[in-house]
Design a protein around this ligand. Structure first.
Ligand code: NAP
Length: 551
């Protein structure tokens, strides 16, 4: 069959996943005139905002900057209640978008993809789901997310617990009744930190099991007033411009100065302003040299440590909550209201796993080296198999026997954080090396836009294969390796290095070059003929493959 191309596909563009990125990819594919369908594992749309439904799960990026910005009408029609919206509102918004743009009939929910295999001779991807659905597609956009595979801790006896046990990332749809219950939360990342204050006044008792203290700072949320809404609407074009060009994808106003511009007293006053600033502004509006100058970062950490000491009344608990192994920003900091205040409630306590590690979980609770505690509910707020978790479990097979689950055991190799050599016509926006360390949907939007541009270019120029060359991939991966040590998220014991999953290779999983490098490298590629050889025609590929095989 070499040289012949089977055009018998079910759909031109198959999107996997109906989260924030997948919904956008489907919208753009249909808008561009491709036939497109989505397969989604969940029984509803929303991705992480469908699965993470624990109490008080919410954005810690401003609602209107995290949401879609491709339509001014949509921006005006959806009225966010708060600067940082909660999960039910976000899920409602994503469903609204799906209906508003007539996407629902193109999305098949309850269809978990278990294999995606490329047939090189026919230039077709065959995608299978757990239920047995099979779809053949020319192009696949796997928007399966970096935080979609919950990570459970490797603790003896996990299965023995007879109470209720749930991971924050796989929360039950029937609301959990916390009233009067004895609860353990394991993990104090953004998920665990959000959950604690949300339940502390309802439960009989709650113990937070902390392995590594985090620099948690207040979210500083607020309702969106009519005036604010009007301002947002009036400034839509300017907002879009900033969100599409700022390195972090946020609207926050930069500090405009280095720490050296201020006296020690002025710096303390500035830190007070930063403490009161919303969400990620604590990073993006801080001194320019906050993440590059160790001394100034240490000074800010001391300011934060004193805040913790001033809030938490028990001095021993306060000291346990203060990080000693990483600077502010080196790990992704949680932004949560009333986190430290929760430890002042008589029914809340902190268990420091550094001092008293967990020995085992049994039928009734958790045993540490200190003692056994009984629980009705255990919550695993223990994070995700970040970046590669979904892609390596999906049975992805490319050319020349590439098996993503095996080939990425040494870490992901990709181009642009959304495509890879030997994976023709397969894209994974929001995948490893996708996010630059700020507002996820804005980075993924850049990627989806580029992918759709690629598909349109192929259609216009008669190409039907896009596959980054080995050289293009090497260029990108060299950038990742060279700049990784300079990333602000430099703590090698974080999930951004895969360190939270036992046995996972430690490789940096963000794009340390940020948007700047992404666009620089993409522009370099797209300004050359055939995108430097990344575009080919399937008949040529198949014939060449046959010729090689015949040698
Ligand atoms: P995470 O940041 O990876 O935190 C996991 C927590 O579980 C850490 O405290 C970790 O301790 C602990 N842990 C893991 N394995 C453990 C074990 N075996 N024993 C004891 N403790 C263990 O996970 P997350 O809080 O779910 O957040 C993940 C990402 O989701 C965030 O980075 C963020 O991007 C996103 N998120 C965003 C929001 C939002 O507000 N928009 C909310 C939640 C999550 P160590 O630090 O010692 O590993």
């Amino acid at each position: 069959m070499a040289g012949q191309v089977d055009n018998d596909v079910d759909v031109e563009v198959l999107v996997i996943g109906a989260g924030v990125v997948g919904i956008y990819a489907l919208y753009r594919a249909l808008e561009a005139g491709f036939s497109a369908q989505t397969l989604e594992a969940g029984d509803g749309v929303g991705g992480v905002w469908y699965w993470n439904r624990y109490p008080s799960a919410r954005f810690d990026s401003e609602s209107y900057t995290y949401a879609y910005i491709f339509s001014k009408e949509l921006f005006d029609e959806w009225r966010w209640k708060e600067e940082f919206a909660t999960q039910p509102e976000i899920e409602g918004y994503l469903n609204f978008v799906v209906d508003r743009f007539d996407l629902r009939e193109s999305i098949r929910t309850g269809e978990k993809v278990v294999s995606a295999v490329h047939d090189e001779a026919n230039n077709v991807w065959t995608v299978r789901t757990e239920k047995g659905t099979v779809l053949r597609a020319r192009w696949v956009i796997s928007a399966t997310g970096g935080l979609s595979v919950p990570h459970y801790p490797e603790i003896e006896g996990l299965e023995d617990f007879r109470g209720e046990a749930h991971h924050t990332g796989a929360w039950p749809h029937t609301p959990l009744d916390f009233a009067g219950k004895r609860v353990a939360i394991i993990g104090n990342g953004p998920s665990g930190a959000q959950l604690l204050p949300a339940i502390v006044d309802t439960v009989a008792s709650v113990d937070l099991y902390q392995r590594t203290p985090t620099w948690t700072t207040p979210l500083n949320n607020a309702p969106i007033s009519d005036e604010r809404q009007e301002w947002l609407s009036d400034n839509f074009d300017e907002i879009v411009k900033i969100l599409c060009t700022s390195p972090s994808g946020f609207l926050h106003t930069p500090a405009g100065k280095f720490s050296t511009a201020d006296s020690p007293e002025q710096r303390q006053a500035f830190y007070e302003t930063i403490w009161k600033s919303p969400g990620f502004a604590k990073l993006t509006s801080n001194y320019y040299d906050m993440t590059t100058n160790r001394e100034v970062n240490l000074e800010f950490c001391e300011f934060l440590a004193n805040k913790i000491r001033s809030i938490v009344t028990d001095p021993v608990t306060a000291e346990r909550l203060i990080p000693t192994d990483h600077l502010f920003g080196a790990k992704r900091p949680p932004f949560v209201a009333d986190y430290y205040e929760s430890f002042n409630k008589p029914n809340a306590s902190l268990v420091s796993l550094r001092e008293t590690p967990i020995l085992r979980i049994d039928a009734t609770g958790i045993e540490t080296t200190e003692r056994h505690r009984d629980y009705d509910i255990i919550v695993y707020a223990t994070g995700f198999d970040f970046g590669t978790g979904a892609l390596t479990r999906m049975g992805v097979r490319g050319r020349q026997g590439l098996d993503l689950g095996v080939d990425w055991e040494d870490g992901p190799c990709d181009f642009g954080g959304f495509s890879a050599h030997l994976l023709p016509n397969f894209f994974f926006p929001g995948g490893p090396h996708g996010a630059g360390g700020g507002n996820y949907p804005r980075y993924s939007q850049d990627q989806v836009d580029w992918i759709l541009g690629t598909l349109m270019y192929a259609r216009e120029h008669g190409y039907d294969v896009f596959e980054p060359t080995a050289a293009q991939q090497e260029l990108w991966m060299t950038m990742i390796e060279e700049l990784a040590p300079r990333s602000i998220f430099s703590a090698e014991h974080s999930h951004y290095y895969g360190a939270n999953v036992q046995g996972k290779v430690r490789k940096f999983l963000l794009n340390p070059g940020g948007r700047g490098k992404l666009h620089e490298i993409l522009n370099e590629v797209s300004s050359t003929e055939n995108y430097g050889g990344a575009f080919t025609r399937a008949a040529v590929t198949a014939a060449a493959g046959a010729a090689v095989g015949a040698e």
